[in-house]
Design a protein around this ligand. Structure first.
Ligand SMILES: Nc1nc2c(c(=O)[nH]1)N=C([C@H](O)[C@H](O)COP(=O)(O)OP(=O)(O)OP(=O)(O)O)CN2
Length: 279
């Protein structure tokens, strides 16, 4: 017997890519279970499948930096903060953070399919009674319009969003004077493609061509150092409300008119902000 739950939860993370560098990602999590029916006519109660899988994903790879430890130029070592991940290719980065902020994967590259298999294997280490196989299928949201893939950390967040290098793949829409403006949406989303979004308050004086961000929050000390051109610095913390507000103000100031921005954070949620400026 096969049981499935589509879109059971979402996984938001960032991963190191051999061509793009630091990439923010969001995936739908679909689950398929195989096994024998019990006397109650069920393989595994839906009411138990969902919290079981979600708890595992939230406690493991969600909101972490997924590190392919066999990728060219990736070096992982221990440090005072916990773990230090250094990269050289395609560009240099160093992240120091508590161990729980990383998922180390002994692979040459992160792929969505392999990540799904990895999570399935982890769950199968302690399967529920009667479950003989678990298949976790990760899928990106189908987006045919503007979207961005930034990485960030929210120092003040009480949960795992405080981790300095997690990200999202998110829709982005701009309306100008009441009309959806695809060109403006694409142009401004492009600016947030594969970049690190830093809060000015956490930026340590730039050193040469590098930007260093550091903060301490409930889980520990976090630091990231990456090339200046890979960072966009905001004058406030990068909650999605602030991103929407900040971008609406900037777009209105540059292009004029009444600007409405709908910024998503991952799949299916986000913030809307409006601004007006006469050029
Ligand atoms: N009002 C806001 N709340 C939160 C924001 C935000 O910008 N505005 N941001 C975050 C984090 O950045 C986080 O990455 C979002 O995480 P997510 O997993 O999507 O949120 P939840 O933990 O609530 O959702 P799950 O159902 O566990 O996936 C947090 N909050």
């Amino acid at each position: 017997m096969t049981l499935f739950v589509n879109a059971l939860t979402q996984l938001d993370a960032s991963f190191w890519d051999n061509e793009r560098g630091l990439v923010g990602a969001s995936w739908h999590v679909d689950v398929t279970l195989d096994g024998e029916l019990g006397d109650d006519g069920m393989l595994f109660d839906f009411g138990e499948v969902k919290p079981w899988v979600k708890r595992h994903i939230d406690g493991e790879s969600d909101h972490t930096l997924l590190v392919p430890t066999l990728a060219p130029g990736v070096v992982v070592s221990e440090c005072a903060e916990g773990l230090c991940v250094q990269t050289t290719h395609p560009w240099p980065m160093e992240v120091r953070a508590p161990r729980q902020a990383f998922t180390l994967l002994p692979w040459p590259a992160i792929t969505t399919a392999r990540l799904g298999e990895y999570i399935s294997e982890q769950l199968m280490k302690r399967p529920p009674a009667r479950v003989t196989a678990i298949d976790i299928h990760l899928a990106e949201e189908q987006i045919d319009s503007a979207h961005y893939t930034y990485t960030h950390g929210l120092k003040q967040h009480a949960g795992n969003c405080q981790r300095i290098a997690h990200g999202h793949r998110s829709r982005f829409y701009v309306w100008r004077d009441g009309e959806l403006d695809n060109e403006l949406s694409l142009q401004w989303a492009h600016g947030l493609q594969d970049i690190y979004l830093a809060d000015q308050a956490d930026v340590i004086q730039p050193e040469d061509d590098f930007c260093r961000v550091a903060y301490t929050s409930a889980q520990g000390h976090f630091r990231i150092k990456l090339p200046r051109e890979r960072v966009m610095i905001m004058p406030m913390t990068s909650t999605v409300e602030n991103i929407a507000r900040w971008l609406a103000d900037r777009i209105a100031a540059l292009h004029g008119g009444h600007i409405r921005v709908q910024a998503f954070e991952g799949i299916g949620k986000g913030a809307v902000a409006e601004a007006e400026h006469t050029l």
